[in-house]
Design a protein around this ligand. Structure first.
Ligand code: ATP
Length: 327
């Protein structure tokens, strides 16, 4: 095996709070192993263009608390092509990079697995996505911060919903997964939670909202994951407004959108990102390739990249039952 001298690190896909803490951990842990670190800017797009900068210890000072990513992120169409990946491999060779650490979501790891199979550059992934939809880790970097941002907003919406006896459909992020919606639903005392993992029956939704609003309270909050198969909060609101039973109800939609991506990471995300970044360096040094580092039940685990994106992480169905009991 070729000995490892220079590591390249990049952030890719949607940005997530805590990515900077992870980059910092990668740089500092690599230096502790006497490795050099180069930062690849704008994910796979920057890799193809050779947008590569040196990362010394100082360059990652004062970033542990910052949201976004100092390396910037991108979604790259070119990397989806064999030609794009070949150019990326050439750029890495030119820069002397002999191991990679990717911080991103399942798309990033899909690309990474292909890249390893085609070009053999050892790569360790760190799970960085607010959606928490990655198999092989209990939590992903950014998820806890996104949850806390969403819950803060839901609490605010609760105040106005209550003051005006309104029904609010609050849409949170989660294209394929309901982790944010489910946990915010419980933490924010939502009357109903709609997630992509379960078929949403519109008649059932109407029945539950109407009984709720006519009995215990006259305000209500429904948390909707953006990937709910009825099509998100706006589409559901449209369908409800067509029903005359909803005429007397003051129905509003609030889409939390990108507010959930930004902001300073919570301490939980900073610690998670720091542990994962350092563990990713250890994994590369130990000769692992084409794996993702995660934390399961408090311990670092390595999962083959292919397993990460080919297996679906399940939501906690006990939590779903709890939303029914507590509403
Ligand atoms: P998030 O969960 O926040 O969206 P992600 O990592 O899943 O993060 P994607 O945009 O899906 O974000 O993937 C990041 C990048 O990975 C893509 O822009 C693309 O360059 C690369 N990628 C994704 N899927 C593939 C694939 N099947 N083949 C090659 N490259 C891919």
């Amino acid at each position: 095996m070729q000995s490892l001298r220079t590591i390249g690190v990049f952030t890719s896909g949607g940005d997530a709070p805590g990515m900077n803490a992870c980059v910092r951990a990668v740089v500092r842990a690599a230096h502790a192993h006497d490795l050099e670190v180069l930062g690849i800017r704008r994910g796979y797009e920057g890799m193809i263009e050779g947008d590569i900068v040196e990362l010394d210890g100082k360059s990652v000072s004062n970033i542990v608390q910052k949201g976004g990513t100092i390396l910037k992120s991108a979604r790259s169409k070119a990397f989806r092509t064999p030609e794009g990946r070949a150019t990326a491999a050439q750029q890495l060779r030119r820069a002397g990079i002999d191991g990679l650490i990717a911080i991103g979501g399942d798309g990033t790891l899909r690309g990474a697995a292909l890249f390893y199979e085609e070009h053999g550059v050892p790569l360790v992934g760190c799970p960085g996505t607010i959606d928490n939809d990655l198999f092989g880790t209990d939590e992903t970097i950014g998820y806890d911060t996104a949850l806390n941002t969403a819950i803060e907003n839901i609490d605010r919406i609760r105040d106005t919903a209550d003051a005006h006896d309104r029904l609010f459909l609050v849409e949170v992020m989660g294209r394929d997964a309901g982790f944010i919606a489910l946990n915010c639903g419980i933490g924010g005392g939502a009357e109903l939670v709609l997630i992509p993992e379960l078929l949403t029956d519109l008649d059932d939704v109407k029945r539950k909202i109407l009984s709720q609003m006519s009995s215990q309270t006259r305000s209500s909050i429904v948390v909707v994951a953006e990937g709910d198969e009825l099509g998100g909060a706006n589409r559901i609101a449209e369908a409800l407004r067509k029903d005359p039973a909803f005429d007397p109800i003051d129905l509003r939609v609030c889409i939390l959108g990108h507010t959930q991506r930004g902001g300073s990471p919570t301490v939980r995300d900073r610690v998670l990102a720091s542990r994962l970044g350092a563990a990713a360096v250890d994994a590369l040094v130990e000769g692992h390739a084409n794996v993702m580092v995660g934390i399961v039940n408090g311990s670092i685990v390595l999962t083959p990249s292919r397993t990460v994106w080919s297996r679906r992480k399940s939501i906690d169905y006990d939590l779903l039952k709890l939303t029914e009991i507590l509403r």
